[in-house]
Design a protein around this ligand. Structure first.
Ligand SMILES: [Zn+2]
Length: 381
């Protein structure tokens, strides 16, 4: 799916007679009143209707959940590639990209590009949150999947500028950097999800909120729920939790016609223990919502592998997208884990290239929960 999408973009660029480096300039543009009607690329299994200014309102039961089309993968020599799909997967948590006095939750432009370069050169490949949730992990055999997330709807993560030709991605934001990097490295994939609140207008800049969200999904990214007002969920009762999540859920569906892909707990803090289920499955204003996964910050367990026996979708771990470790200050952030997996490559998820097969060496079979395969075949070699 991802390779096909990158291929589409590259073909599009070639047709336009441009270099890959100009990728951002040729992404879909919106002009007031324009509604895109042609085919559009998507990485998600649920293509959303794409309205530029006044998105069509959809009922929850109209939202598409068609499974993604999966190409038949090439067979591999398992004993040569040595895939291990019981290994660790990272979900990386970013916020904004800031170059001045970078706060601890943000990343500098240089740091972000360094992360992408390191991930790519060390054999990590991007997958969407949907593919992780559905256990349909499609990366090249021998590579390790990784998921990028951005919280809080910061304009330095994504924003648009209004030009004479319509809306374009603002140069220098994370999406702009990602599009350029992935255009230069098409086998890296192109995927990320963005978790937004209502209280602080998402992705401030050009365009309406609906235009921003629909632009983002039109170029292959996913939108997630980060609650209505970015509140600590452990301070709320069941009604308050459902109001925070349900209002945001309804707003995103209204603007995009698509259900948010996942829930990200504000501050990484979950509801108190006996109210955790209502965060993922609840109801507000007579409308139900349902989330397959809740994202925290930090390591409840190390891996976000959806088929792993220890994986808990109520408490999916994320690695903070920073590099803060020094020799006397060990911080378990992205920099720490990239170095850890360099030293311990056998702890990484190594793909067999087949999204419908979970391949593990015989000694790791007990790390896979057969109830979490979601239709994939368990293959032990
Ligand atoms: Zn947040």
């Amino acid at each position: 799916m991802k390779q096909a999408f990158i291929g589409f973009i590259i073909l599009f660029l070639l047709a336009a007679g441009c270099s890959r480096n100009d990728l951002t300039d040729y992404m879909p543009m919106l002009t007031p009143g324009q509604v895109e009607t042609g085919p559009r690329p998507t990485l998600t299994p649920s293509p959303s209707p794409y309205a530029a200014t006044e998105p069509e309102q959809k009922d929850a039961d109209q939202i598409q959940t068609d499974p993604p089309f999966i190409e038949e993968p090439a067979e591999i020599d398992y004993f040569a590639v040595k895939p291990d799909e019981s290994g660790n997967i990272m979900i990386i948590m970013y916020h904004g990209i800031t170059d001045e006095n970078t706060p601890s939750y943000d990343r500098s432009t240089e740091g972000f590009l360094q992360d992408l370069n390191t991930l790519y050169s060390q054999g990590y490949r991007l997958i969407s949150m949907s593919d992780l949730i559905n256990n349909r992990i499609s990366v090249e055999a021998g590579c390790t999947p990784v998921v990028l997330t951005f919280d809080d709807g910061r304009s330095s993560a994504f924003s648009l500028v209004e030009t004479e030709d319509g809306l374009r991605v603002k140069p220098g934001c994370a999406v702009d950097l990602l599009l350029k990097f992935c255009g230069d490295h098409p086998d890296f994939g192109l995927a990320a999800s963005f978790y937004i609140n209502y209280y602080s207008e998402p992705f401030q800049g050009g365009g309406t909120v609906a235009e921003r969200l629909n632009f983002l999904t039109a170029i292959g990214f996913e939108i997630g729920n980060h609650t209505y007002s970015h509140i600590q969920l452990n301070e709320l009762d069941a009604i308050g939790i459902q109001e925070e999540i349900g209002r945001m859920d309804a707003w995103i569906k209204e603007l995009t016609g698509t259900a948010p892909v996942a829930l990200s707990y504000p501050f990484g803090i979950r509801p108190v223990s006996d109210l955790r289920e209502v965060a993922l499955n609840g109801s507000h204003g007579g409308i139900d919502y349902s989330y397959p996964i809740g994202l925290r910050e930090g390591q409840s367990i190390v891996t976000a592998n959806p088929a792993h026996v220890q994986f808990d979708p109520l408490n999916a771990p994320r690695v903070r997208g920073t590099d803060s470790s020094t020799s006397d200050n060990e911080v378990q952030d992205l920099g720490y884990f990239l170095r850890f997996y360099e030293r311990n490559p056998n702890r990484r998820y190594i793909s067999d290239g087949n999204p419908l097969r979970v391949a593990v060496p015989a000694g790791s079979k007990n790390l896979i929960d057969p109830d979490k395969l979601q239709g994939a075949e368990l293959f032990v070699y």
